[in-house]
Ligand binder design. Sequence first.
Ligand code: UD1
Length: 429
Amino acid sequence: MQYIMKGGNPLVGEVVISGAKNAALGILAAAIMTDEPVLIENLPDVQDIRVLLRAMSEIGVIVEWVDGHTIKINGGNIHTVRVENAYIRKIRAGYYLLGALLGKYRHAEVALPGGCNIGSRPIDQHLKGFRALNAQVDVQHGCVLADAKQLQGGHVYLDMVSVGATINVMLAAVLALGNTTIENAAKEPHVVDVANMLNSMGANIKGAGTDVIRIRGVERLHGTEYTIIPDQIEAGTFMFAAAVTRGDVMVKNVIPKHMEAISSKLLEMGCEVSEFDDTIRVVGKPHLRSCNVKTLPYPGFPTDMQPQMCVTLTLAGGTGIVTESIFENRFKYVDELTKMGAQIKVEGNVAVIDGVSRLTGADLVAPDLRAGAALVLAGLTAEGVTTVDNIEYILRGYENFEKKLQSLGAMIEVVTDEREAKKFRLRVG
Ligand code: UD1
């Protein structure tokens, strides 16, 4: 499947942001830690979520869709703690089932995670955390095996700020005996969301959103109803889409506080950014200024927005320097942008971007989820027609991406073969 698009239309109008994928993945794992039903609202309907739900169904979790964004989950019938089906290896967040099952059943066997190829992505900190809770952890035949006679609260210092390790250790620790402290914890909004959800199930977690999280273990968790926060990265992607196409977009259902790093960079580049209660308006200007950006853990500039930022800088005046400090292999899309006339030099984890006055349409391949979305933004500003192949990556994390873009005036479609692509080309002239 490909996206095909004709660039040039400024994006104008309103777009409603879906629930946060990365929060949802942790929350779904948390939901199976009780035998009582859990209702989850504002679930994004994206492929990563469907894959995790599928993997959970296979171990006996009952999943019932109430509507397109609401599900009822019941983890009372789980018949195995071995999650090794074909689905789970496709996504990153399968690893949350380790923390959830270890916490609930004291034993878990989960296939090592897949996900985007943006670096080596080890999970040593997750495993170190489980060991600190008195679990034996082994990796055998591509599976992580974790086992504890008694999960015991402990002290976990994370060597680097890791979203995944923070959530995973938190999941296991809520049902451990005694107190756990996670130091150097990730502070991302989705860490806070998973903690809030667990607390609504009867957990006792304090400090989520700071770098020290304290957890007092409880004996059991109960059912709850919980609404997932809006997706910071989807919102950021549409904010950059407004900027780069010189459009005017009301990005609705967001938490403006979560968007500060992104809003401040857009302001620095000369965009107009106005904040309302749960909406941000971004107006792109004909002449954007370059800026320098370094990706950092929250509240720094998110690594998942780095490719969208680079695309915007390719069309800004002057030279911008982007430093990627979280993942070592996250500039693979730069070769694709070069095909469109972008001027970017990458050395190690630094990209130096000289702004050009225009990009031209080309046939591109999405190398991963966020870079794929960024290439779409590039195509929407470029002269002529652009195709982006491998959009399966993009569908993992963006709900109705092309429909939301179309509603803002973008000329973009999904095509499955050359005939459909030809029709599009004829139609747009
Ligand atoms: C999550 C997000 C991903 C986002 C990233 C950083 C999900 C499903 N994915 O990924 O979209 O880009 O946070 O905001 O939520 N590290 C280790 N050992 C570990 C764990 C991490 O060395 O055990 C390193 C990683 O290689 C990376 C850094 O720590 O350099 C941060 O990774 P982490 O925050 O864990 O990212 P993920 O949870 O995989």
